[in-house]
Design a protein around this ligand. Structure first.
Ligand code: CMC
Length: 389
């Protein structure tokens, strides 16, 4: 028909206009609503940045207070949703649990399904931000065979989440400010990244006027894959395999370069960043700080640093402009905090939730939005005569 240009993987096609996040991949710049990621990571909180992404401006002190308080009052899961976890195997991957439970929120909040009612969109926003960390912590507790705790609304958002994961019924939970600030910072770094695969999924599903719970459940599934958010878990698996096998870092990098069994250096490379990923720079700083502050030593961090050094000096990686991305050092930090590798991508999902919501709302409010419907180039057989039988 002459209408379709092939752009496999959307390397060069904008699917939408957006005013949320600015990236300059060559200069290593990332800004949310105009604010540099470095400033936000140093000075803001997860919820303040969430408000910024969703509403376009930093909240006033009164707005932030009200936002935090409203979220605090929506953390409880319906008892039936708590029991939903009983039906799943204890060894379920928490990302599957997460997407299922978020999809299921749509069954509990059927009053929120009118996508064009701003009040309903607002209450769904609050419910998603408040309940995702609780769902995530229950997925973790379930895998450990431990009892679920109720949220503690005397704590901050991040401390509440940490307590739900690491607290138990037998002893009082003691807040660790080093851990809290480090996690807050990592969550901020993950909050948005414009039209990545999961956000594009959220927008595509949302463009059909599906509700926000179904749209974000789909986004969580897109994030699960090892080429996207699943890379943080895959990095740790890779580091552990190198350690356990005793293989040298140089030899492993050779195997990556030879594309042996299709292996990649996980946590390296990015579609957009071609000089460095500004998030990776901040995460690397955190890795040393957090491990020092927690008094943890980890051989895997040494292996990661050695891998980075060897790769960055190698023509294969230089020619292809492959640098560490946000996922390269996060796993080592999450591990030091006490999270099992299967929870790493879940932490990414909690981080990314505000971005998914902001994009869904921007898509939903934009009168120019049309149902997403890519074209294809058909390469199958031309018309064939039905064989006489
Ligand atoms: N290790 C080894 N080679 C690589 C890697 C890697 N991590 N990444 C890309 N390459 C090679 C690739 O084989 C190709 O080489 P050639 O030209 O010889 O065929 C070339 O570099 C271009 O790669 P590509 O796959 O066409 O690049 P892409 O933009 O389609 O993919 C990517 C981007 C992030 C999926 C990819 O770099 C990758 O698979 N990285 C590892 C997984 C990872 O860390 N993902 C997290 C991304 S950042 C956070 C997030 O979004 O979740």
């Amino acid at each position: 028909t002459g209408l379709t240009a092939l752009d496999q993987g959307f390397v060069n096609t904008a699917a939408t206009k957006s005013a949320i996040t600015y990236i300059d991949g060559d200069a290593g710049i990332l800004r949310y609503r105009g604010y540099a990621i470095e400033d936000l990571a140093a000075n803001s909180t997860y919820l303040e940045t969430a408000w910024l992404l969703i509403h376009g401006e930093l909240p006033t002190a009164v707005e932030l207070d009200h936002f935090e308080d409203t979220i605090r009052r929506h953390t409880l899961l319906h008892e039936d949703l708590r029991r939903f976890f009983d039906a799943l195997p204890h060894n379920a991957h928490p990302m599957s649990v997460l997407s299922s439970a978020v999809g299921a929120l749509g069954t509990f909040y059927q009053d929120s399904l009118d996508v064009h009612d701003p009040e309903q969109v607002e209450i769904s926003t609050i419910r998603l931000l408040a309940k995702l960390p609780v769902i995530a912590a229950y997925a973790h507790k379930k895998s450990l065979g431990q009892a679920f705790l109720y949220p503690d609304n005397s704590l901050s958002f991040v401390d509440n989440f940490l307590k739900l994961n690491f607290g138990n019924m037998a002893e009082p939970y003691v807040v660790n400010p080093v851990l809290s600030r480090a996690l807050e910072r990592l969550l901020i770094l993950h909050e948005d990244h414009e039209q990545n695969a999961s956000t594009s999924t959220v927008r595509l599903v949302g463009s059909t006027e599906a509700n926000i719970f179904s749209s974000i459940s789909a986004g969580i599934n897109a994030l699960y894959g090892p080429l996207h958010g699943g890379a943080n878990e895959a990095v740790l698996t890779m580091l552990k395999e190198i350690k356990d096998s005793g293989e040298s870092v140089e030899r492993f990098v050779e195997r990556v370069k030879n594309k042996e069994d299709g292996i990649r250096l996980m946590g390296f490379g990015h579609r957009v960043y071609k000089n460095f990923d500004p998030r990776a720079k901040l995460v690397k700083e955190s890795a040393d700080e957090v491990l020092d502050a927690l008094g943890v030593r980890d051989d895997l961090l040494d292996i990661a640093k050695e891998l980075e050094e060897v790769a960055l000096a190698d023509d294969y990686f230089i020619e292809r402009k492959l640098y560490p991305n946000v996922d390269f050092y996060t796993g080592v930090i999450y591990k030091a905090m006490g999270f099992p590798p299967r929870m790493f991508t879940v932490l990414f999902a909690i981080g990314r939730m505000p971005g998914w919501i902001a994009h869904w709302r921007e898509m939903n409010e934009d009168p120019a939005t049309r149902i997403g419907r890519p074209q294809q180039l058909y390469v199958g057989p031309t018309e064939r005569a039905w064989p006489r039988r």
